[in-house]
Design a protein around this ligand. Structure first.
Ligand code: SAM
Length: 219
Protein backbone atom coordinates (compact mmCIF):
# COMPACT_ATOMS: atom_id res chain seq x y z
CA UNK A 1 0.00 0.00 0.00
CA UNK A 2 2.92 2.33 0.66
CA UNK A 3 2.76 5.51 -1.36
CA UNK A 4 -0.29 4.39 -3.34
CA UNK A 5 -3.13 6.82 -4.05
CA UNK A 6 -6.30 5.07 -2.90
CA UNK A 7 -9.91 6.20 -3.13
CA UNK A 8 -12.48 4.41 -0.96
CA UNK A 9 -15.95 4.70 -2.51
CA UNK A 10 -18.95 4.68 -0.13
CA UNK A 11 -16.54 5.02 2.78
CA UNK A 12 -19.22 5.75 5.43
CA UNK A 13 -17.43 7.26 8.45
CA UNK A 14 -14.02 6.22 7.20
CA UNK A 15 -12.84 3.46 9.51
CA UNK A 16 -11.57 1.29 6.65
CA UNK A 17 -10.29 4.32 4.74
CA UNK A 18 -8.15 5.28 7.72
CA UNK A 19 -6.96 1.70 8.08
CA UNK A 20 -5.60 1.81 4.52
CA UNK A 21 -3.83 5.06 5.44
CA UNK A 22 -2.25 3.36 8.45
CA UNK A 23 -0.93 0.78 5.99
CA UNK A 24 0.80 3.51 4.03
CA UNK A 25 -1.68 4.61 1.34
CA UNK A 26 -2.54 8.25 0.58
CA UNK A 27 -6.28 8.01 1.03
CA UNK A 28 -9.44 9.77 -0.05
CA UNK A 29 -12.87 8.60 1.10
CA UNK A 30 -16.08 9.43 -0.74
CA UNK A 31 -19.66 9.06 0.44
CA UNK A 32 -22.91 10.94 -0.20
CA UNK A 33 -23.71 11.19 3.51
CA UNK A 34 -22.58 14.59 4.82
CA UNK A 35 -22.63 13.51 8.49
CA UNK A 36 -20.61 10.38 7.61
CA UNK A 37 -17.82 12.27 5.83
CA UNK A 38 -17.81 14.91 8.60
CA UNK A 39 -17.35 12.15 11.20
CA UNK A 40 -14.62 10.57 9.04
CA UNK A 41 -12.70 13.88 8.84
CA UNK A 42 -13.03 14.33 12.59
CA UNK A 43 -11.73 10.82 13.25
CA UNK A 44 -8.79 11.39 10.90
CA UNK A 45 -7.97 14.58 12.80
CA UNK A 46 -8.18 12.84 16.19
CA UNK A 47 -5.93 10.04 14.95
CA UNK A 48 -3.47 12.43 13.29
CA UNK A 49 -3.94 10.76 9.91
CA UNK A 50 -3.67 12.75 6.70
CA UNK A 51 -6.80 11.77 4.76
CA UNK A 52 -9.26 13.56 2.50
CA UNK A 53 -13.02 13.00 2.61
CA UNK A 54 -15.41 14.12 -0.11
CA UNK A 55 -19.20 14.29 -0.01
CA UNK A 56 -20.59 13.04 -3.30
CA UNK A 57 -22.83 10.54 -4.97
CA UNK A 58 -20.63 7.74 -6.25
CA UNK A 59 -22.02 8.29 -9.74
CA UNK A 60 -20.57 11.84 -9.66
CA UNK A 61 -17.22 10.77 -8.19
CA UNK A 62 -15.10 11.71 -11.22
CA UNK A 63 -16.19 15.37 -11.05
CA UNK A 64 -16.29 15.49 -7.26
CA UNK A 65 -12.69 14.28 -7.14
CA UNK A 66 -11.66 16.95 -9.63
CA UNK A 67 -10.64 14.51 -12.34
CA UNK A 68 -7.90 12.95 -10.17
CA UNK A 69 -6.90 9.37 -10.88
CA UNK A 70 -5.83 6.66 -8.45
CA UNK A 71 -3.66 3.56 -8.10
CA UNK A 72 -6.40 1.77 -6.17
CA UNK A 73 -10.17 2.08 -6.08
CA UNK A 74 -11.39 0.18 -3.02
CA UNK A 75 -15.03 -0.45 -2.13
CA UNK A 76 -17.50 -2.98 -0.76
CA UNK A 77 -18.74 -4.37 2.56
CA UNK A 78 -22.32 -3.33 2.03
CA UNK A 79 -21.84 -0.81 -0.78
CA UNK A 80 -23.28 -2.26 -3.99
CA UNK A 81 -26.82 -3.03 -2.78
CA UNK A 82 -27.52 0.71 -2.56
CA UNK A 83 -26.75 1.29 -6.24
CA UNK A 84 -29.43 0.86 -8.91
CA UNK A 85 -27.06 0.71 -11.91
CA UNK A 86 -24.00 -1.52 -11.62
CA UNK A 87 -22.72 -0.85 -15.17
CA UNK A 88 -22.68 2.88 -14.53
CA UNK A 89 -20.80 2.24 -11.27
CA UNK A 90 -18.16 0.18 -13.11
CA UNK A 91 -17.77 2.97 -15.69
CA UNK A 92 -17.02 5.45 -12.91
CA UNK A 93 -14.33 3.14 -11.52
CA UNK A 94 -12.69 2.77 -14.93
CA UNK A 95 -12.48 6.57 -15.14
CA UNK A 96 -10.95 6.86 -11.67
CA UNK A 97 -8.13 4.37 -12.31
CA UNK A 98 -4.77 5.43 -13.70
CA UNK A 99 -2.89 3.03 -16.00
CA UNK A 100 -1.56 0.13 -13.90
CA UNK A 101 -4.05 0.84 -11.10
CA UNK A 102 -6.70 -1.61 -9.95
CA UNK A 103 -10.15 -2.02 -8.44
CA UNK A 104 -10.35 -4.08 -5.24
CA UNK A 105 -13.86 -5.03 -4.20
CA UNK A 106 -14.74 -7.06 -1.10
CA UNK A 107 -18.48 -7.54 -0.81
CA UNK A 108 -21.15 -9.61 0.89
CA UNK A 109 -22.17 -12.44 -1.42
CA UNK A 110 -25.44 -11.64 -3.21
CA UNK A 111 -26.44 -15.30 -2.95
CA UNK A 112 -27.06 -14.87 0.79
CA UNK A 113 -29.74 -12.26 0.02
CA UNK A 114 -32.13 -15.05 -1.02
CA UNK A 115 -32.54 -15.98 2.64
CA UNK A 116 -34.90 -14.45 5.20
CA UNK A 117 -33.56 -12.54 8.18
CA UNK A 118 -33.69 -15.35 10.68
CA UNK A 119 -32.46 -18.57 9.09
CA UNK A 120 -31.65 -20.17 5.76
CA UNK A 121 -35.22 -20.30 4.45
CA UNK A 122 -35.29 -19.05 0.86
CA UNK A 123 -37.57 -15.99 0.76
CA UNK A 124 -36.24 -13.78 -2.03
CA UNK A 125 -35.18 -14.12 -5.66
CA UNK A 126 -31.51 -13.97 -6.62
CA UNK A 127 -31.54 -12.01 -9.84
CA UNK A 128 -31.45 -8.23 -10.33
CA UNK A 129 -34.73 -6.36 -10.77
CA UNK A 130 -34.97 -2.74 -11.80
CA UNK A 131 -37.55 -2.11 -9.07
CA UNK A 132 -35.83 -1.82 -5.70
CA UNK A 133 -36.70 -3.86 -2.65
CA UNK A 134 -38.08 -1.39 -0.10
CA UNK A 135 -37.43 -1.88 3.63
CA UNK A 136 -38.98 -0.07 6.60
CA UNK A 137 -36.74 -1.19 9.46
CA UNK A 138 -35.48 0.83 12.38
CA UNK A 139 -32.01 0.34 13.85
CA UNK A 140 -28.66 0.20 12.08
CA UNK A 141 -26.18 -2.60 11.50
CA UNK A 142 -23.96 -0.96 14.13
CA UNK A 143 -26.79 -0.98 16.68
CA UNK A 144 -29.77 -3.11 15.71
CA UNK A 145 -31.85 -1.69 18.57
CA UNK A 146 -31.12 2.01 17.86
CA UNK A 147 -34.17 4.25 17.59
CA UNK A 148 -33.87 5.68 14.09
CA UNK A 149 -36.22 8.08 12.32
CA UNK A 150 -35.69 7.79 8.56
CA UNK A 151 -36.31 4.10 8.18
CA UNK A 152 -37.22 3.57 4.52
CA UNK A 153 -34.40 2.15 2.43
CA UNK A 154 -34.14 0.90 -1.15
CA UNK A 155 -31.93 -1.99 -2.18
CA UNK A 156 -30.99 -3.58 -5.50
CA UNK A 157 -29.38 -6.98 -5.81
CA UNK A 158 -26.50 -7.48 -8.23
CA UNK A 159 -25.54 -11.06 -8.89
CA UNK A 160 -21.92 -12.14 -9.01
CA UNK A 161 -22.12 -12.35 -12.82
CA UNK A 162 -23.73 -8.85 -12.99
CA UNK A 163 -20.75 -7.42 -11.13
CA UNK A 164 -18.09 -9.38 -13.03
CA UNK A 165 -19.65 -8.55 -16.40
CA UNK A 166 -20.04 -4.86 -15.50
CA UNK A 167 -16.38 -4.65 -14.51
CA UNK A 168 -15.18 -6.45 -17.64
CA UNK A 169 -17.54 -4.36 -19.76
CA UNK A 170 -15.97 -1.19 -18.36
CA UNK A 171 -12.57 -2.33 -19.71
CA UNK A 172 -11.29 -3.87 -16.47
CA UNK A 173 -10.41 -7.55 -16.94
CA UNK A 174 -10.84 -9.51 -13.71
CA UNK A 175 -7.54 -10.94 -12.47
CA UNK A 176 -8.78 -12.40 -9.16
CA UNK A 177 -12.18 -13.59 -7.96
CA UNK A 178 -12.64 -15.46 -4.69
CA UNK A 179 -15.69 -16.63 -2.77
CA UNK A 180 -15.41 -16.94 0.99
CA UNK A 181 -17.22 -19.13 3.53
CA UNK A 182 -17.01 -16.41 6.19
CA UNK A 183 -18.43 -12.94 6.56
CA UNK A 184 -17.49 -9.84 8.54
CA UNK A 185 -20.98 -8.97 9.70
CA UNK A 186 -23.35 -11.16 11.79
CA UNK A 187 -26.32 -10.38 9.60
CA UNK A 188 -28.33 -13.45 10.70
CA UNK A 189 -28.62 -15.00 14.16
CA UNK A 190 -27.54 -18.36 12.72
CA UNK A 191 -24.00 -17.06 12.08
CA UNK A 192 -21.39 -17.91 14.71
CA UNK A 193 -18.34 -15.85 15.59
CA UNK A 194 -15.29 -17.73 14.37
CA UNK A 195 -12.43 -15.29 14.83
CA UNK A 196 -11.72 -11.68 15.79
CA UNK A 197 -14.10 -10.26 13.20
CA UNK A 198 -15.31 -13.25 11.17
CA UNK A 199 -18.60 -15.16 11.30
CA UNK A 200 -19.42 -18.55 9.80
CA UNK A 201 -22.39 -20.87 9.48
CA UNK A 202 -22.43 -23.47 12.26
CA UNK A 203 -20.80 -26.84 11.68
CA UNK A 204 -23.24 -29.27 10.13
CA UNK A 205 -25.01 -26.65 7.95
CA UNK A 206 -24.26 -26.67 4.21
CA UNK A 207 -21.18 -24.61 3.44
CA UNK A 208 -22.30 -21.52 1.50
CA UNK A 209 -20.50 -18.51 0.04
CA UNK A 210 -20.90 -15.52 2.38
CA UNK A 211 -18.54 -13.00 0.78
CA UNK A 212 -16.55 -12.51 -2.40
CA UNK A 213 -13.54 -10.45 -3.40
CA UNK A 214 -12.45 -9.28 -6.81
CA UNK A 215 -9.49 -7.47 -8.31
CA UNK A 216 -9.62 -5.98 -11.80
CA UNK A 217 -7.19 -3.79 -13.74
CA UNK A 218 -7.47 -1.69 -16.88
CA UNK A 219 -6.44 -3.76 -19.92
C1 SAM B 1 -22.90 -0.05 4.63
S1 SAM B 1 -22.14 1.48 4.31
C2 SAM B 1 -20.56 1.00 3.72
C3 SAM B 1 -19.66 0.79 4.85
C4 SAM B 1 -18.21 0.74 4.42
N1 SAM B 1 -17.99 -0.29 3.46
C5 SAM B 1 -17.36 0.50 5.61
O1 SAM B 1 -16.82 -0.59 5.69
O2 SAM B 1 -17.26 1.37 6.43
C6 SAM B 1 -22.89 2.03 2.81
C7 SAM B 1 -22.49 3.46 2.50
O3 SAM B 1 -22.87 3.74 1.16
C8 SAM B 1 -23.23 5.10 1.11
N2 SAM B 1 -23.97 5.29 -0.15
C9 SAM B 1 -25.10 4.68 -0.55
N3 SAM B 1 -25.42 5.07 -1.79
C10 SAM B 1 -24.47 5.95 -2.19
C11 SAM B 1 -24.24 6.69 -3.38
N4 SAM B 1 -25.09 6.61 -4.41
N5 SAM B 1 -23.17 7.48 -3.45
C12 SAM B 1 -22.31 7.58 -2.39
N6 SAM B 1 -22.46 6.91 -1.25
C13 SAM B 1 -23.53 6.09 -1.15
C14 SAM B 1 -24.01 5.33 2.38
O4 SAM B 1 -24.07 6.69 2.74
C15 SAM B 1 -23.20 4.48 3.38
O5 SAM B 1 -22.24 5.26 4.04
Amino acid sequence: MSGKDLVHLQCYFGIDTLDWARRGARVTGLDFSGPAVAAASELAGEMGIDAGFVESDVYDAVNALGGRDFDIVYTGLGALIWLPDIRRWAGVIAELLRPGGFLYLAEFHPFTDVFGDDDLTVEHGYFHREEPTVWEDSGTYADLEAETVRNRSFEWSHTLSDVVNAVIGAGLPVELLNEHDYTLFPRRPILEKSGFDTYRLPEGTPNLPLMYSLRARPA
